[in-house]
Design a protein around this ligand. Structure first.
Ligand code: AMP
Ligand code: MG
Length: 424
């Protein structure tokens, strides 16, 4: 890293672009339909059938010729001869001609000749005002052609692209795949992301806490976030701030065939230089001061594994800074690795509850956003929690959003509209 870069901040976009430039999607695999929820499509899905495949009834009722009953009303029902009874799952055999009808169940194929279905509730099946001649039904409503009929292909048509490459499958998408008979799908393999906490002060969650020590929370946050964004977390535990241990843990991670390496801590100015030295020895790693708050120190580079280069993102140590830097830099990297084509964070515009000031970096302020009749409002203060410290992890428990204050904005007044990233 050169001296000039050391003193100046690099822009958030430039850092992210430099990271994403080195990230390529992982390989693909075929998975059965019942394993594909949450996976990212690696092929466009084109339907080879119509859904529904045939015109069918949307109601339990009578399939008839709409024109026959156009003058039907509560006080002047029209009598039709019942010629068939059609349950779901069968092929109707009879054709409906004028002044005949068929009893039909929801989902049963429409019989030839019928143009509409009148619901049981609008027939002598449910209304007993007049006597019904044997073998007939009285229709009390003058329905129109097409009423209560679902057309073939009204949901999906043969040849239609129903889902695109890069789409992460949700329950409803899995349903569409089932509806069109797609028993297996080609998806991206889940990226494998190594997580390594660094620091002499760290102890694990089940170890006794001794003077000067704190617990390693970053590893657990990051493993959960890796899973949240569709990847597999490979946790490597804690590396001590010495060359031998760091080198050993990094090598252990690389041996597990990971696609991305995340470390936390040890990348800020004044840190034990060991982390930087070791990372530099294991590949090409740059250390940046990014124009972001919290999360200014960031490392990025590529580690030399036996058969490939593995991108590494060195996140800051402070738990909130680590989470924000994860959202801003690691999240897009994981999504791109996993085959996603976009990684824009969901956001809303909300009006600030109070004045905020900023100091020249892009400030991701912990915030609570809430709806009002006049749109969203957002607060960056809480009576119960110290909200803006970069070590206050409970501020992230309190927060449901991050207010994004641009680097060139020094002051925003109460009521001003701001962008808020939605965390949940
Ligand atoms: P560093 O970047 O190493 O100076 O760490 C910055 C701060 O983050 C220090 O207060 C560390 O104790 C804290 N920290 C580092 N790693 C972790 C971790 N895994 N979990 C919780 N806090 C951490
Ligand atoms: Mg440290």
């Amino acid at each position: 890293m050169n001296k000039a870069a050391k003193n100046s901040l690099i822009a958030v976009e430039d850092a992210l672009d430099a990271i994403l430039e080195k990230i390529m999607p992982v390989a693909t695999e075929a998975v059965p339909l019942n394993r594909c929820f949450g996976r990212v499509l690696a092929e466009p899905i084109v339907s080879t059938i119509n859904v529904p495949p045939f015109a069918n009834s949307a109601m339990d009722g009578y399939a008839l010729v709409a024109n026959d009953v156009k003058n039907a009303a509560l006080d002047s029902p029209i009598a039709l001869t019942v010629v068939d009874n059609i349950p779901a799952g069968v092929t109707p055999k009879k054709t409906i001609i004028s002044h005949t009808c068929a009893r039909i169940m929801t989902g049963a194929p429409m019989p030839a000749g019928a143009t509409a279905v009148v619901r049981f509730e609008e027939t002598s099946e449910q209304i007993s005002t007049f006597d019904v001649p044997e073998g007939e039904v009285l229709i009390y409503n003058g329905i129109l052609e097409g009423d209560n009929v679902r057309l073939a292909g009204e949901d999906i048509q043969t040849g239609q692209t129903v889902l695109n490459v890069g789409h992460r499958l949700r329950p409803q998408d899995v349903g569409v795949l089932a509806a069109i008979g797609q028993a297996t799908v080609t998806v991206y393999r889940k990226p494998r992301v190594a997580i390594l906490a660094t620091g002499d002060e760290l102890v694990d969650v089940d170890e006794p806490i001794t003077p000067g020590k704190i617990r390693n929370s970053n590893e657990y946050v990051q493993a959960a976030m890796v899973e949240k964004y569709g990847a597999e977390a490979i946790t490597l535990g804690i590396a001590r701030d010495n060359v031998a241990d760091l080198t050993a843990k990094i090598q252990a991670g690389l041996e597990q065939n990971v696609d991305l390496f995340l470390t936390s801590a040890g990348v800020s100015i004044g840190d034990f230089d060991m982390v930087k030295t070791v990372l530099a020895a294991e590949g090409e790693v740059q250390f940046w001061q990014v124009g972001i708050k919290p999360g200014k120190p960031l490392a990025f580079g590529q580690l030399h594994a036996s058969d490939k280069l593995v991108p590494l993102i060195g996140l800051p140590g402070n738990p909130v800074a680590a989470m924000v830097a994860f959202e801003v830099f690691a999240r897009p990297a994981i999504l791109k690795l996993g085959g996603r084509l976009s990684w824009e964070k969901s956001s809303v515009i909300a009006n600030l509850d109070e004045d905020v000031t900023n100091s020249g970096r892009r400030h991701f302020m912990r915030a609570f956003v809430y709806p009002t009749p006049d749109g969203y409002r957002v607060t960056t203060r809480s009576s119960g929690v110290q909200v803006q410290g970069s070590g206050i992890l409970t501020s992230m428990v309190w927060a449901n959003g991050l207010v994004v204050v641009p680097e060139n904005t020094r002051h925003l007044s109460s009521g001003a509209p701001v962008e808020v990233w939605i965390l949940d």
